[in-house]
Design a binder for this molecule. Structure first.
Ligand code: SAM
Length: 389
């Protein structure tokens, strides 16, 4: 690969990720691939796997580059307050992909990070990726418990080191640890911290990142930026031409609820939930203390599906603030963006026509201070024609 006239001989030149665009790791996939290919870790552990965007990139590198790595993904597969809650579809899909592609060397450990600690000896892990709950307290806790497991000369990755909204505190922990060894911060997407405690690394890609910035490191960063841009362009194209329907992404629907006390809807004032597409689902979304409904906005990320809503209820403590379960009540909900309302005698039926469908509930003055709002929905997402009943 030539960049700025410099030849970089990187394993990721031939990398075609089997999975991408599932989480927030798309920007770092080519680096993750090169790191595993060159470091050839014996033991790789990931804390926080979710749908597996980062983890399966490591596994793909281990398989294609025959690194002989044993990989472990640790997660409860229940979600957390930053990632949002999700149903069993995620674990089922991750488990299936793992069995199909990487069963010989990759193990899913369905447990809390603390429960999984005892499975690993001190000084045993060559590559550790921490990507769990992103509060400062949780990250400190995870790092304190797991750092002794990293062998001397091992490499630590920390994701989301740039994010400063919504109670994210990885940046604070990263600011401290990055000063203690060799480190590099990828300022791409949510940011990825790369850290190493001792010894000169055998991985050329790390030597380039940890060295004083020069033409070679700048060519390397240009290369990773270009690869990330390429992946984002592919995702945009998949939405434009509809081929997103055939990807792993299309098997789940993300619900993002924006709460508001002033009529503005901001990313940092939103909560996520995710669900699979089989049959009717009940989803309860708990909004944080102080959340308002002036108004609530509900976005779906759902690849050209049909969504039937049988009920939508907003409660504050024991009181019901909004309760829609029939045609006229659903008519008070505004449908806008990439969604069309289709007539149905019982449900609010939405045909999703693109990446940004939005529902606006009527403005509701939300209950008494100190009580939290809970939004519950009964819904069914159909990838093709919805069933008749
Ligand atoms: C940010 S996501 C991981 C994203 C993933 N690395 C990717 O590439 O998309 C965080 C995950 O950590 C898990 N998690 C958070 N805290 C945990 C804990 N203490 N024990 C086990 N799993 C946890 C959540 O279930 C969630 O799936």
């Amino acid at each position: 690969m030539a960049a700025a006239g410099i030849e970089l001989d990187l394993p990721s030149r031939t990398f075609r990720p089997l999975l991408f665009g599932l989480g927030a790791w798309t920007d770092h996939l080519h680096f993750g691939y090169d790191l595993v290919a060159q470091l050839r870790p014996k033991i790789l552990v990931e804390l926080g796997t979710d749908r597996g965007e980062s983890y399966f990139c490591f596994c793909q590198a281990a398989a294609e580059q025959q690194t002989g790595t044993r990989c472990y993904a640790i997660d409860t597969w229940q979600g957390d307050t930053h990632a949002g809650g999700y149903d069993e579809t995620t674990y089922r899909q991750v488990d299936e992909h793992n069995r199909q592609q990487y069963h010989g060397f990759s193990t899913l450990v369905r447990a809390s990070f603390d429960e999984a600690l005892a499975r690993f000896a001190d000084d045993s892990i060559d590559l550790l990726h921490i990507d769990g709950l992103h509060t400062e307290e949780a990250v400190r806790h995870d790092l304190e418990r797991w750092l002794p497991k990293l062998r001397s000369g091992g490499v630590l990755l920390m994701h989301d080191v740039l994010v400063r909204r919504n109670g994210f505190g990885v940046w604070k922990v990263w600011a401290e640890i990055s000063k203690k060894g060799e480190s590099f911060t990828f300022e791409l997407g949510a940011g990825l911290g790369v850290w190493k405690n001792e010894e000169i690394s055998s991985a050329p890609v790390l030597r380039m990142l940890f060295a004083k910035p020069d033409e070679t490191s700048s060519a390397l960063l240009d290369y990773y930026r270009a690869q990330a841009t390429g992946l984002h362009q592919s995702i945009a194209q998949q939405w434009r031409d509809g081929s997103i329907r055939q990807t792993a992404f299309a098997q789940q629907t993300i619900i993002q609820v924006f709460h508001s006390i002033d009529g503005c809807h901001r990313e940092e004032d939103s909560v996520y939930a995710r669900l699979g597409h089989e049959g009717w689902k009940e989803v309860a979304i708990f909004l944080p203390a102080g959340a308002g409904a002036l108004p609530l906005r509900i976005d779906f990320v759902s690849a050209f599906t049909v969504i039937d809503l049988a009920s939508l209820v907003l409660k504050s403590g024991a009181g019901t603030l909004f309760d829609a379960g029939t045609g006229p009540e659903f008519d008070t909900i505004v449908v806008t963006g990439d969604a069309q309302r289709h007539p149905h005698p019982a449900y609010l039926r939405l045909k999703i026509t693109g990446i940004d469908p939005q529902l606006f509930l009527p403005r509701i003055v939300a209950g008494t201070e100190g009580t939290c709002l809970v939004l519950t929905m009964r819904l069914r997402v159909s990838a093709g024609e919805p069933p008749r009943v």
